[in-house]
Ligand binder design. Structure first.
Ligand SMILES: [Fe+2]
Length: 305
C-alpha cells in the first residue's frame, strides 16, 4: 500500500501584528518588518496559503511535512496565529514541522515562541545523540515512524546576524545522523529527511546557505536517504547527492503563499507517493501549484526521483 506524504513550506504567514517592533526591540526585526511592509507582503499572500492548504487537505495525504518559515520576524504575536494555522491543517500527529530561519529570526524565549510548534516536532523514537538545538524542550533530530516511513526532522534554525539568512545544524545534530540513518535502513524504513535550508552546497548563495551543508551532504553520501526535502529558496528544485548506496534526491518546495507574478514559482506544495516495488523504494513527486488566472490549484509537474 502506497504512502502519500504532503510537503508544505514557507507560507510566511502575515500580517505582522501591529506594535511588533516596539514590544521587544531588535534591529534585525525592525529591518525585517520594513522589508515586509515595502516588498514581502505583496509576495506572500494569505489567501494563496489558504487555497494551497485546502487543496492539500482535499488530497487527504497520510502525513504532512512542513519545512519551516511559518512566520516572518519571530515576533511574540506571530506564533499564536501560526499555531492556529497548523491546527487548521491537521493534528500534531499528522504534521511534522521543522523550523526555518524566519521562525527563529531573532532570539525569543522558547516558552513564548517556538514552544507553539512543539507538539509538531516531538519524535516517537528514542535514540542516542539527539540534542536540544533551540534551548527548549524539543530534541533534534527527531524521528517519527509512520507505517514503513521514517520522518527525520532536523533544525537549522538559529538566530543569525543582520542581513543573513543562513542556518546551522551544529556538530551534535550531524553526529547523531550516521548511526540513525544506518539503523533505520537496516530496519527497512524509507528514510525521509526534513530540513528548512538546502542540504547541499551550491543550491543557494553563502549568505542564505546552511553553514554546515558540506558536513550534512557528506553524511548523506555515506549513509544514504530515500528522500531529502527542504524549503527556504521559494523555488521548486531537484538535485541529487551521489551516495554509495545510490542517488539521494533533494527536493525543494516553493513558498506556499507566493504570488503568481511570472517571476517566482507560484505558491504550492508537493505530494510524494511512496511505494515499495521488488525491494526498492519508488517515489513519485506531484507538483501542485496556485494558478493566478483561475484562482485554483493545479498539477504542474509529475516525475519520479
Ligand atoms: Fe527561509
Amino acid at each position: 500500500l502506497e504512502f502519500r506524504l504532503a510537503h508544505l513550506s514557507d507560507p510566511h504567514l502575515g500580517p505582522i501584528p501591529k506594535g511588533t517592533v516596539f514590544k521587544d526591540f531588535k534591529l534585525k526585526r525592525l529591518i525585517g518588518v520594513i522589508s515586509w511592509k515595502v516588498r514581502r507582503h505583496r509576495l506572500f499572500q494569505r489567501h494563496i496559503a489558504e487555497a494551497v492548504r485546502d487543496d492539500l487537505k482535499a488530497h487527504a495525504p497520510d502525513h504532512c511535512a512542513f519545512t519551516g518559515d511559518a512566520i516572518n520576524v519571530s515576533a511574540v504575536g506571530e506564533f499564536g496565529p501560526a499555531r492556529e494555522w497548523l491546527e487548521s491543517i491537521g493534528s500534531a500527529g499528522e504534521i511534522s514541522f521543522v523550523p526555518g530561519n524566519h521562525d527563529a529570526y531573532v532570539e525569543i524565549p522558547y516558552a513564548i515562541g517556538m514552544s507553539h510548534f512543539e507538539p509538531y516536532m516531538l519524535g516517537d523514537m528514542r535514540f542516542d545523540g539527539a540534542c536540544m538545538h533551540m534551548g527548549g524542550a524539543t530534541a533534534f533530530p527527531y524521528v517519527r515512524l509512520r507505517r514503513n516511513i521514517a520522518l527525520i526532522g532536523l533544525s537549522s534554525a538559529l538566530p543569525q546576524s543582520l542581513f543573513k539568512a543562513t542556518g546551522s545544524l551544529g556538530h551534535e545534530q550531524i553526529q547523531a545522523l550516521p548511526e540513525l540513518l544506518k539503523d533505520l535502513k537496516s530496519r527497512g524504513f524509507c528514510r525521509v529527511v526534513m530540513i528548512h535550508h538546502p542540504p547541499m552546497p551550491g543550491i543557494t548563495d553563502r549568505r542564505r546557505a546552511l553553514l554546515d551543508d558540506g558536513e550534512l551532504s557528506r553524511v548523506l553520501a555515506e549513509k544514504g536517504a530515500e528522500l531529502v526535502i527542504f524549503g527556504h529558496n521559494h523555488r521548486r528544485s531537484l538535485h541529487y547527492i551521489e551516495a554509495k548506496t545510490g542517488k539521494v534526491p533533494l527536493v525543494g518546495a516553493p513558498a506556499a503563499s507566493m504570488v503568481d507574478d511570472g517571476r517566482h514559482n507560484p505558491g504550492g506544495w508537493n505530494l510524494y507517493t511512496i511505494d515499495r516495488d521488488k525491494g526498492t523504494w519508488q517515489i513519485q513527486v506531484t507538483e501542485r501549484s496556485w494558478d493566478g488566472l483561475t484562482g485554483g490549484v493545479v498539477t504542474t509537474g509529475e516525475y519520479f526521483v
